[in-house]
Design a binder for this molecule. Structure first.
Ligand code: GLN
Length: 227
């Protein structure tokens, strides 16, 4: 829940409620026993290096359960520190945190932090995804599909112009707190995918996204379009 990542779940809840879709959100702490295959969506926010180290044993103890949930098509949204732990490892100087190894990617801490507003173009929808990134780790995803191409900002590793990852119904990204508030199209993509999996094809009524889209357009215009 670094940098307000938990707000993403508030947005998800609100967009369900406005459509009359009932939603239950459970928060899991270290040691809480739960079968993660029972959920439609799993969410893990970001965390500082120290917090990632505190969490990792608990996360590894759930590895098979998480892998099975992913394989059965559960939607999984991971942000920053959570995204890094999906891969094989996160190397921080002399110390290395073992990751879940669910996808064959890895992260290494660089000399500087990559801090910026960020705009990306995804293949998932025409509207750009906007957000804010703040990470020391550089993630290398090799041949996996990225969430989008960086139009402005740093992305996965500041080199290959990719940001995040899309794998089955898993999205990993470095975009923090305002991910779903400023990207209602991404929130609905996630909801639609989760609902379709459980109920077959479901119609998701449109909502009035005037303010959310204005925020999105403002960031795109400010950072990714020259006047
Ligand atoms: N500790 C990780 C890094 O600095 C992730 C930080 C975060 O979640 N913002 O790269």
């Amino acid at each position: 829940d670094l940098y307000g990542d938990k707000g993403n779940m508030m947005v998800l809840q609100k967009r369900c409620e406005e459509r009359g879709i009932s939603i239950t959100i459970d928060t899991l702490s270290i040691g809480d026993q739960r079968d993660l295959r029972a959920y439609d969506l799993l969410f893990l926010g970001g965390g500082a290096d120290k917090e990632q180290m505190m969490l990792i044993d608990d996360l590894l103890s759930r590895r098979e359960n998480i892998r099975e949930a992913m394989e059965q098509g559960t939607f999984v949204l991971l942000i920053c520190g959570g995204y890094q732990l999906l891969g094989n490892y996160y190397k921080m100087g002399d110390e290395t945190i073992e990751g879940l190894g669910v996808v064959n990617i890895h992260t290494e801490r660089g000399d500087s932090r990559l801090i910026s507003n960020i705009v990306l173009q995804s293949d998932l929808f025409p509207l750009p995804i906007v957000g804010f990134e703040n990470h020391g780790g550089r993630t290398f995803i090799e041949d996996y599909q990225s969430l989008g191409k960086v139009l402005s900002g740093h992305g996965n590793n500041d080199k290959d112009k990719g940001e995040g990852i899309v794998y089955k119904n898993v999205i990993g990204t470095y975009l923090h707190g305002p991910l779903l508030p400023k990207n209602p199209h991404l929130c609905d993509y996630l909801l639609q995918t989760a609902l379709n999996r459980r109920f077959g094809k479901v119609d998701l009524p449109e909502l009035d996204d005037k303010d959310e889209l204005a925020a999105n357009h403002y960031i795109v215009k400010r950072f990714a379009q020259s006047e």
